[in-house]
Structure formats: C-alpha cells, structure tokens
Design a protein. Structure first.
Length: 173
C-alpha cells in the first residue's frame, strides 16, 4: 500500500536531523537545502471522500461526536507511533545526495533534486522517486508536505472510499 510506503518515507524524512551550523557567512552558491536537518514536528490531516476524518466518522459511519473524537485520536496516535521520527535527521549534500538517519543509523539514502522555485523536492531511492512539496526553506527551517491518496472500502459497502493523508514535517538546523 502506498500509504505505508509514504508513512515509512515520512518516518525517514521526519527522522532527518543532525546538526550543521549554518550562518550568514555560509559559502555563496551552496543551496539552502544543503545541510543536516533535525526533525522538529509533524502534523497530518486525514480526509475520506474529501471530508475531514471526524466529519466522515459522524456523518457516514454514525458515530457520536464523542465516539468519533476518541476514534480519531486513536487512529492519529497509531499513525504517529508508526513514525518514530524523534532523533531523526536528513542530510542533503551539494552533490545531489541525501541520507536519512534514525538514532544515528542510516535508514535511507539516494539522490535529490530541488526545483528552481524551491517548491518541489524529488527524492529517489532504490529506483523509486517520491515528490514532496516544500512549504518553507530558509537558513534555519525546512517544512515539507506530502500527500497520499488511496481507495479503500472503509464502509464495506462494495464502493471504495477515497482516503487522503496529508503529512507536514518540520525540520530545523
């Protein structure tokens, strides 16, 4: 399932942190992304058939608001526990390579490409390329977002529902 791959990628990306000082007298010509970035925080949003998860649970599955809130918290907690990103880093080098470490151990590596507008980051590893949206990139912060869309018959009525998970990950130097 693509969602699991993206969650794994999120784990790797979110676990991307080391510490490289970067200040105003940094070498000219080196892109801002070239550094070791430390995982800072993570947010994610789940929508089913373009409805926020909470609304879907109430409107389509007939949960009470309090039951839906408990289930939503449980589901989000389960996803977060699958993403052990604390003590994670991602390092981008000037030669177009990246490396993700979790607790100092390399979990993923490959090549990267940042578009000229600094809005799309392509990560390629093992012949698979993933694209993430760059929401912010400056001397101290990197914020990326990726989305995964899948179809799954959650209601067990023979009609698959569109499940979208948007993950925003924040890194600092």
């Amino acid at each position: 399932m693509l969602l699991k791959r993206h969650l794994w990628l999120a784990t790797l990306l979110l676990g991307l942190l080391l510490t490289t000082a970067c200040n105003d007298d940094e070498e000219p010509g080196i892109p801002e992304i070239v550094a070791t970035w430390n995982f800072n925080s993570l947010d994610f949003d789940i929508k089913i058939n373009d409805k926020p998860l909470l609304d879907f649970l109430i409107d389509d599955l007939d949960y009470t608001p309090s039951e839906a809130a408990v289930l939503e918290a449980f589901l989000k907690g389960s996803i977060e526990s699958e993403l052990p990103l604390n003590n994670s880093t991602i390092t981008f080098t000037n030669d177009g390579k990246y490396e993700v470490k979790e607790n100092g151990t390399v979990q993923d590596s490959g090549t990267y490409e940042l578009n000229a507008a600094k809005t799309i980051l392509k990560l390629t590893s093992g012949g698979i390329t993933d694209e993430v949206e760059v929401l912010e990139l400056n001397q101290t912060r990197l914020v990326i977002k990726f989305s995964e869309v899948d179809n799954d018959d959650i209601t067990e009525d023979g009609i698959p529902e569109k499940v979208q998970v948007d993950v925003t990950v924040r890194f600092t130097k």
